[in-house]
Ligand binder design. Structure first.
Ligand SMILES: Cc1cc2nc3c(=O)[nH]c(=O)nc-3n(C[C@H](O)[C@H](O)[C@H](O)COP(=O)(O)OP(=O)(O)OC[C@H]3O[C@@H](n4cnc5c(N)ncnc54)[C@H](O)[C@@H]3O)c2cc1C
Length: 350
């Protein structure tokens, strides 16, 4: 709940699932549910990347579509049992030297709390909590959101922050189970699992911190609908890819750095971002020393990370790399335009 990179977390989770034999498909949009009578027996999927439509049959379908739950439930043609509202939250990113503090800060606001979180060579300041009913794929920060955050953080800073200090801004949507309360900040952060029609399980609400409980509850419910026995859930004991071996590598980071010809800070950066899979990136650098060099214009990142995003992490487009596999788009004042050409050149051959 204190520090995580949500996009990297999801990508790592998906890779972990694939490692256990799950078939995964990115940019695949469900356009309809397949029905046999009342029962859901699969989905129709459009390949948004390559074109074409496919049918995927399943004994049980789990719908876990966050703030889109109302839309996907509407594909069933029946009234959903609950509604999910989108609550927008934004964050500001400012360079580390703009706030002279050795610790993060937690401030109380009228409505909630505000965090000032150390983030590499930056601070993250957030968040807000307001309703959002425009395009769910593109939540955007308003001028008022930015002023709200600056005003609150400036109330405790000796040297106030201005708009020019803001390197990046990003916005996200929380999927909140809609209830009686009008203010999104009062809605439940709990999750709900439902089985609206045979063959279909819906899970909605919740938080990142509770995602394994959410997944267990949803899968247990799906298992109920199967006519075979399934072993007990073991998610609590299953580490993500890159977790195993991480601590030993961290202890050995100085030695690893010397062997790879990198500064130890670079190895720490790789271990923080990839866990023990950092070894795969070090392997790329061993094969081509130029990949051990920083990106011009986004010097926190090594060229190898861009190649790896394309070869191992399913990145297909420049914005995948600049905004999700890395955070270059919010950690540089130019949103990554200076390093975009170099990134494209690194990705293209892969
Ligand atoms: C500003 C902010 C701060 C937060 N802070 C915290 C925190 O500190 N701690 C915490 O635990 N949580 C936090 N959260 C909440 C957390 O981010 C969310 O609970 C979580 O991201 C929800 O994940 P999800 O997978 O349920 O939904 P989403 O991340 O919304 O994913 C839904 C997915 O469904 C896909 N989808 C939609 N329709 C279709 C379709 N027709 N076919 C195929 N796919 C489809 C979408 O593309 C999307 O990938 C925060 C959220 C925000 C916005």
């Amino acid at each position: 709940d204190a520090q995580m990179d949500d996009a990297r977390y999801v990508a790592t989770l998906v890779r972990t699932a694939a490692g256990y034999g799950a078939h995964v498909a990115n940019r695949a949009r469900v356009t309809a549910f397949l029905r046999e009578g009342e029962r859901v027996v699969g989905v129709r999927v459009r390949d948004v990347e390559g074109g074409g439509e496919y049918e995927v049959r399943a004994k049980q379908v789990v719908n876990a579509t966050g703030v889109w739950t109302d839309d996907t439930q509407a594909l069933i043609g029946e009234r959903g049992q609950f509604h999910v509202r989108a609550s927008k939250g934004i964050h500001l990113v400012v360079p580390k030297d703009r706030i002279h503090s050795t610790t993060g800060l937690i401030l109380r606001t009228e409505k909630s709390v505000l965090f000032v979180i150390p983030w590499g060579r930056h601070w993250i300041i957030g968040t807000t909590d307001t309703d959002w009913d425009l395009d769910k794929a593109h939540p955007a920060a308003s001028s008022a959101d930015i002023d709200y955050l600056l005003e609150h953080v400036n109330s405790v800073l000796n040297v106030p922050l201005g708009r020019d200090d803001v390197e990046g801004v990003y916005a996200g949507l929380r999927p909140l189970l809609a209830g009686e309360s009008d203010a999104t900040s009062k809605l439940s952060r709990e999750h709900t699992v439902a089985h609206p029609v045979p063959g279909l399980v819906v899970v909605a609400g919740g938080k990142y911190t509770t995602y394994r409980v959410m997944a267990k509850d949803a899968v247990d419910e799906a298992v109920h609908g199967l006519d075979q026995r399934v072993a007990q859930c073991v998610t609590e004991e299953v580490p993500l890819l890159g977790a195993e071996g991480y601590r030993a590598l961290w202890n050995a980071r100085a030695r690893i750095a010397a062997r790879a010809g990198l500064h130890v800070v670079r190895v720490e950066h790789l271990l923080n971002r990839y866990g023990s899979m950092a070894e795969e990136l070090l392997g790329l650098i061993e094969g081509d020393a130029r990949l051990g060099e920083p990106l011009a214009g986004a010097e926190d990142y090594l060229r190898a990370e861009i190649v790896y995003a394309a070869s191992h992490e399913g990145a297909r487009h420049l914005d995948d790399v600049l905004t999700r596999r890395t955070r270059i788009s919010i950690e540089t004042f130019d949103r990554g335009t200076r390093c975009a050409r170099e990134c494209a050149d690194l990705m293209a051959p892969v």
